[in-house]
Design a protein around this ligand. Structure first.
Ligand code: TYD
Length: 212
């Protein structure tokens, strides 16, 4: 049986990566074979593109160029990592995926939504996530958390300013509203245990479906 594909999305500092790690551990302890991966990246070629796109000045790439780079990375990641894992019955948990392109390059960067959907149909096609968790947090709290990490690398998007991040948050809310069957909005405020309880509640239907 094909594995399940779960993606984790949201703005900066929403605590997604911690939650992906925790869900990976929990599912493995239940005997589920999990591949934990991320975007941009997740395959050798896509990690090289990640390095290009996340480092340097905020204006290094236009939003259109970013979109093309993100989908180039995504094509490689799907071909080399995601599709083989799902075909082998493994579950794939991915820290960011195509909704980040819709939100960051589309809503945030102004790239035409219809163009992104055309790319998505060609590159992702039928391999859409079974479930997408969208971590939602007020922009000020997220940016304060992200900047508080004190890591000066990979900060191109963090450095884009408050108005950009507000468009992102609205973009993610619109994605959730447009895809109610696939997306669940998770309140990312509160300590990690509280947020993880929300994550577990959101994935319960997938576990029940597999057990049935
Ligand atoms: P990452 O270090 O994974 O950030 P975070 O901890 O916030 O997830 O960096 C990924 C960055 O790349 C993040 O700022 C969002 C951006 N991004 C896009 O702009 N478009 C995309 O399609 C993807 C996958 C990521």
């Amino acid at each position: 049986m094909r594995g399940r594909f779960i993606t984790f999305e949201g703005g900066e500092g929403a605590g997604k990566s911690t939650q992906v790690a925790r869900l990976t551990e929990t599912l493995r302890s239940q005997g589920i074979d999990v591949v934990r991966t991320r975007e941009p990246g997740g395959s050798t070629g896509a990690e090289q593109i990640r390095d290009l796109v996340l480092n340097g000045a905020a204006e290094r790439w236009s939003p259109m160029t970013e979109t093309l780079l993100m989908y180039a990375a995504r094509a490689d990641h799907l071909e080399r990592t995601i599709r083989p894992a799902l075909a082998a019955g493994r579950w794939v948990l991915c820290d960011r995926f195509a909704d980040s392109s819709r939100a960051y390059q589309g809503a945030g960067g102004g790239v035409d939504a219809a163009f992104i959907e055309q790319m998505d149909a060609a590159v992702v096609g039928a391999d859409q996530p079974d479930l997408t968790l969208i971590f939602d947090l007020p922009v000020e709290i997220g940016l304060a958390r992200a900047l508080g990490r004190g890591d000066a690398s990979e900060v191109r998007f963090e450095s884009k300013g408050q108005a950009f991040h507000q468009r992102l948050r609205e973009g993610f809310a619109a994605i959730a509203a447009a895809h109610p069957n696939r997306c669940r909005v998770v309140d990312a405020q509160g300590d990690p245990d509280v947020v993880f309880a929300r994550v577990q509640a959101a994935i319960q239907p997938l576990l029940t479906a597999v057990a049935a």
